[in-house]
Design a protein around this ligand. Sequence first.
Ligand code: HPA
Length: 267
Amino acid sequence: MSDAATLAQFIRDQAGEAPVEMGLILGSGLGHLADAVEGTAIPYADLDGFPTPGVSGHNPKLVVGDLLGTRVAIFGARAHYYEHGDAGAMRLPLEVLKALGANRLLLTNAAGSVRADTPPGELMILSDHINFAGANPLVGEATDARFVPLGDAYNAEMRAALHDAAVAENIRLNEGTYAWFSGPSFETPAEIRAIRTLGGDAVGMSTVPEVILARFFGLEVAAISAITNMAEGMSDEKLSHAHTKKMAVAGAEKLERLIRRYLSDNG
Ligand code: HPA
């Protein structure tokens, strides 16, 4: 496995020396934005030590280039904890992002809604999370840097700017707490009732380990969920990954507009 500095140089050799400003990790069915970047696409398979995500609806390549005046690195796929039981699976990609010069990270995901007033098709920006899976990507990290404070995990300035972008685009942007479940099975109705009682607004199987790692590496973070379904027990809809991918399309269009506006106004 290569180290982050070696991989960053390998990427710069192909994509150019200019430092990356911002990273984006795109969730299930939300990967189209990568195609809009003018730049260089590198398959994860060429990046020694990168995960080889096997989840359909993701696109395992790293795209580095210009998007509306911002130099971005777009990760078209993430490795999930549920694939191999490794909460730190995205550690190397995030360390590489930092080594490429980025100081901001925007994550997107598909999620189930726990709130009756936030139906499928809506977007929710994360104000906080509940680590209901209980796993942590920093287990095994030997330095005191492992004691990462998460009081301000979701950056206030990025959130405010994304809210401004949503207003400008006439997109409703809900805000709430994301509860991370390990997956890959969906939740039970009782788990969803528990999460509602505990203050969760949406549930999903990703993002939280990446947020912890990103804070560890000193990146400012924002994350947005595209709501693809009501959480288990809240509607008659049968949950499946096919359903998630199908329903992500509605959120993806809004999400893309929102991110484009954010980048245009905050490049
Ligand atoms: N639960 C967990 N993950 C999800 C869901 C859900 O209901 N919808 C999309 N991803």
